[in-house]
Write a protein that binds this ligand. Structure first.
Ligand code: SF4
Ligand SMILES: [Zn+2]
Length: 345
């Protein structure tokens, strides 16, 4: 186990989950998304499972999802109660997104029979279902089982690749798989005619702002012919994580919104029919992607609007005096040997 893995594991050593009811999901809500080029309402459910198997071993350096997990087995019965409770608020949305703070395809997190039951129930109600998984759980067998249920529905699997750079994924993120593993999973997904969404992280720890812009754009270039959708995730500072540890010591600043827009614009040039999304969790706060307090809102709104419309015009005319600070940071951060990460709050 390398140093970062050990550190991520140690951070969870004394972790005690807040007592939560295993029969209640973490959250569920309705939001806008795109289905066949149309903006539709999507219903989102975050199941409360035992947690991500990788987080139990050590976990990714930026991921605090385990804070929402039970950290112990959740019975099949409770998982189905969670589904029923959430579905009481379902109102016919054509798109349902399932999150587990781990992998929906991991049999130790969600048993195959529960997975089947969930999908059986949802497939009759909606047109598209989206789930997430680490690549090692994407197997022919599991996908064939899924396809036999969802049949003519659209089905999407999201994989958190984060970066195409194996060195960054291992040394900065402790992600625990290689670019080749992602590509292998992508092939299996394609074979089953399932859609692939790839999460790309904006600003892994240890990278400067400029390096992280380059890393995201290089990643887009490398996966442009593999994925059906790219979802950018700007790093936000989540509790009990390695990123939180760095942030507390002023060694990490979440990305600037200017950087995100730069990445989106460059990505749009590279990608043709591949959809680009960006979910700026915690945006505008000091723990999330931000510029200055004065302009955060309008930049965040534009990013959200772009995610739906794919129209770069939403960024036209966006400006603020703080752009100079961002440009200064890009210019001089290399000279600070990492000590300037936080120079502009
Ligand atoms: S980012 Fe994904 S794989 Fe990594 S610890 Fe979190 S849930 Fe698990
Ligand atoms: Zn500003």
């Amino acid at each position: 186990m390398n140093e970062l893995a050990k550190f991520c594991k140690d951070l969870k050593k004394d972790f005690i989950p807040k007592t939560k009811d295993p029969a209640k999901p973490v959250r569920f809500w309705s939001e806008k998304d795109v289905l066949d080029g149309r903006i539709v309402d999507a219903f989102v459910i975050i199941f409360r499972t035992k947690g991500c198997s990788w987080a139990f071993k050590s976990g990714c350096s930026m991921c605090g999802y385990f804070n929402d997990s039970m950290w112990q087995d959740v019975s099949d019965d409770d998982l189905l109660k969670q589904l029923n409770l959430a579905m009481n608020s379902y109102s016919g949305q054509k798109f349902i997104k399932i999150f587990t703070s781990g992998s929906f395809l991991d049999n130790t997190e969600i048993k195959p029979k529960v997975r089947k039951e969930i999908l059986n129930k949802l497939t009759n109600l909606t047109e598209k279902i989206s789930v997430e998984s680490r690549p090692e759980y994407v197997t022919d067998k599991t996908l064939q089982e899924i396809k036999s249920i969802v049949d003519s529905n659209k089905f999407e699997i999201g994989i958190g690749l984060e970066t195409s750079n194996d060195f960054v994924r291992e040394k900065c993120l402790n992600k625990g798989f290689k670019f080749d593993d992602y590509k292998k999973a992508a092939n299996i997904i394609k074979k089953q005619e399932i859609e692939l969404k790839t999460y790309v992280l904006i600003k892994p720890p240890f990278l400067t702002e400029k390096e992280s812009i380059k890393d995201a754009i290089t990643t887009v270039e490398k996966i442009k012919n593999i994925t059906d959708c790219i979802s950018f995730n700007p790093t936000n500072v989540q509790r009990n994580t390695f990123v939180n540890y760095l942030w507390n010591r002023r060694k990490f600043r979440p990305p600037w919104l200017f950087s995100i827009i730069e990445i989106i614009k460059e990505s749009k040039k590279i990608l043709k029919d591949v959809r680009i999304k960006c979910d700026t969790v915690g945006g505008g706060s000091i723990r999330g992607a931000h510029n200055c307090k004065l302009c955060d809102r309008k930049f965040l709104d534009a990013i959200a609007e772009f995610s739906l419309s794919q129209n770069l015009n939403v960024f036209k005319g966006l400006d603020c005096e703080c752009k100079e600070k961002w440009l200064d940071q890009l210019e001089i951060e290399d000279l600070g040997f990492g000590s300037l990460n936080n120079m502009y709050g």
